[in-house]
Design a protein around this ligand. Structure first.
Ligand code: EPZ
Length: 416
């Protein structure tokens, strides 16, 4: 019987010191899969040591791929590449869906389980599968797996009804070996997509980014290269709001990808959090009081949905009511139920989260996904007394060494 971990969190009144941001989870996953596009050796640097990455590496090893990992360097060589991806691990993470685009770019058939991922509302992959069909592949959805066969590769203009990070990346991966041009209209241009595009270009793919369109011209054979993963803007944002929520705090955040955090920093300042750059280090100081805001979440460069749960907690400290609207994942609200157990005066109405000023009280709460786990740690750290967070395992899916980093800056946390 899987025993989930419990985290004990006590009020943490003074945060100080240094936190070092790791490589980005959501950039590492597609880049690891892009390494399968060639038989040559690929060296990835700044790869975060997190559960999702390690599970993805385990899956590709099962596909016959050679993988070496030392610290934050991963060496991948996919001389062999099996096309049946039926490990149960596939269903434990979202990023496994990138194996579709990457394996089909080299092979003309694939059997793969459905991806997993955080329970943040419905997460269909219809855009991915429709794009594969438009590019000339036959897609059959079976009970717990998808069977895809190449018919005739067709150069196409793929248009997404809604911006999708995952679907944009899958079409980029698949089209990398298309000799005819493929266009993506209304693509995601998040920093994680641009990190992958940099890698594909180094491997020999020609990619142009126009306004609201990406044009890809692939190559039959792609090169092995060395590529560095960008730093994690969501991890950095998580520590900005944690430090900002605690009045007596002064935390130095190293490796924060400041150029990717403009909106996150702007919103923090609007809430009264002091954020400034010193010698390329981001310094965050808590302030006398958190100010209310009305926030609309959106695709990059708007405020990211992955920080929605964390900022919700911080806004419980505001002097007046705030609202948050998240059209990307409107049902990303499971954390509200847990916060209500801590006496939060919070509710969702017509897909808008309403946060009333309140003083949280300690409780026994459950993490329901990766970002919710971090959000509940913030809740525990700003609350008088001791809070117990169950299912804290989710945290390790996407944060590297979180307990060590949190304790190092003075957050009272302990795994029981
Ligand atoms: C990626 O998820 C990230 N996951 C998410 O981060 C992130 O929240 C999300 O992008 C948005 O930025 C990974 O990179 C592994 P989408 P993804 O396709 O690809 C709809 C985290 O905490 N849609 O951009 O699943 C979808 O329902 C995670 O690190 C379809 O309808 O997101 C959503 O409303 C959580 N059909 C919107 O598009 C599709 O086929 C955006 O989803 C695909 C998407």
């Amino acid at each position: 019987m899987v025993k989930f971990m419990i985290l004990k969190v006590s009020k943490s009144s003074v945060l100080s010191g240094d936190v070092y941001i790791s490589g980005s989870k959501n950039a590492a996953m597609p880049c690891i899969c892009a390494a399968l596009l060639t038989k040559q050796k690929v060296i990835l640097k700044n790869v975060p040591d997190i559960m999702d990455v390690n599970n993805l590496l385990t899956i590709i090893k099962k596909q016959g791929v050679r993988v070496k990992k030392k610290d934050d360097i991963v060496i991948i060589q996919a001389k062999r590449l099996k096309t049946r991806v039926l490990s149960d691990l596939v269903e434990t993470l979202r990023g496994s869906y990138y194996l579709m685009g990457s394996i089909l770019s080299r092979k003309n058939k694939l059997k793969i389980k459905y991806p997993g991922g955080c329970n943040i509302g419905s997460r269909p992959i219809d855009y991915h599968l429709k794009a594969f069909q438009e590019l000339g592949f036959n897609v059959i959805e079976e009970e717990n797996k998808i069977v895809i066969r190449e018919m005739t590769r067709t150069s196409k203009d793929i248009t997404f009804p809604k911006i999708s990070l995952g679907a944009t990346i899958n079409v980029l991966l698949l089209s990398s070996t298309f000799l005819k041009e493929v266009k993506i209209t209304n693509p995601s241009l998040e920093p994680e997509v641009l990190c992958l595009i940099d890698m594909l270009k180094k491997m020999g793919v020609s990619i142009d980014i126009l306004d609201k369109q990406i044009i890809i011209k692939g190559a039959r054979k792609l090169k092995g290269i060395t590529h560095s993963i960008i730093y994690d803007r969501i991890e950095a944002g998580s520590y900005i709001y944690l430090a900002g929520a605690i009045q007596k705090s002064k935390v130095c955040i190293h490796n924060a990808p400041i150029e990717h955090l403009q909106t996150v920093i702007m919103v923090a300042r609007k809430m009264g959090i002091i954020v400034y750059k010193k010698d390329n280090i981001l310094v965050v100081e808590g302030n006398k009081g958190i100010k209310k805001i009305n926030l609309l979440i959106g695709e990059y460069p708007f405020f990211p949905t992955d920080l929605q749960q964390i900022i919700t907690v911080v806004l419980t400290k505001a002097k007046s009511s705030s609202t948050i609207e998240d059209p990307i994942f409107p049902n990303r609200i499971l954390h509200l139920k847990e916060l209500k157990k801590m006496n939060a005066f919070i509710y969702e109405q017509n897909q808008v989260i309403h946060i009333k000023p309140c003083i949280l009280s300690p409780g026994i709460i459950y993490a329901t996904d990766l970002r919710c786990a971090f959000a509940l740690i913030v809740a525990g750290a700003i609350t008088q007394g001791t809070t117990y967070i169950k299912n804290i395992d989710y945290l390790f899916r996407g944060y590297e060494e979180p307990i060590k980093k949190l304790r190092y800056i003075g957050v009272n946390v302990e795994i029981l």
